[in-house]
Design a protein around this ligand. Structure first.
Ligand SMILES: [Zn+2]
Ligand SMILES: [Zn+2]
Length: 113
C-alpha cells in the first residue's frame, strides 16, 4: 500500500490527536505550512501529515489538512494514547492487539527523532 503521508499510521489513529481550535490557529497553521500545535514553520521534509479534518463553521464546513512537527506530533500521540488505553477493552486486555493503540505507539516512535 503506497502512502504519501509522513507516517504510515492509519488515519483512525491520527483522528485521535487533539488539535487547538480553529480560532486559535494562524493562517499558516490552517494551510499546513506551520505546526498546528507550536506554530513552528515546517517543510515537507520535517512535517507529519495529520490527515484531512472537516471543520464545522456557522455557514457550512471547510476541510483543512493540518501538519505537525515531529516533536509535537509525538507528544500529541502520547497524550492520545494515555487517553485511549485505560478506556479501551482491547488495550486493557492485550495492548499489542489493539490496532489503535499500536498505531499511536507507532506515531510516537516514528516522530521521536
Ligand atoms: Zn510543533
Ligand atoms: Zn486500544
Amino acid at each position: 500500500m503506497a502512502t504519501t503521508q509522513g507516517t504510515s499510521a492509519p488515519t483512525a489513529a491520527l483522528a485521535l490527536l487533539v488539535f487547538p481550535g480553529l480560532a486559535d490557529l494562524s493562517e499558516q497553521q490552517v494551510r499546513g505550512t506551520a505546526c498546528v500545535w507550536s506554530g513552528t514553520p515546517i517543510s515537507t521534509a520535517t512535517a507529519v501529515d495529520l490527515g484531512e479534518r472537516k471543520i464545522r463553521l456557522l455557514d457550512g464546513a471547510i476541510s483543512m489538512f493540518p501538519r505537525g512537527c515531529h516533536g509535537c506530533t509525538a507528544e500529541a500521540a502520547r497524550t492520545a494514547l494515555l487517553a485511549h488505553a485505560p478506556v479501551c477493552e482491547q488495550c486493557v486486555d492485550d495492548a499489542d492487539r489493539c490496532d489503535t493503540g499500536r498505531a499511536l505507539r507507532q506515531i510516537v516512535r516514528e516522530c521521536r527523532r
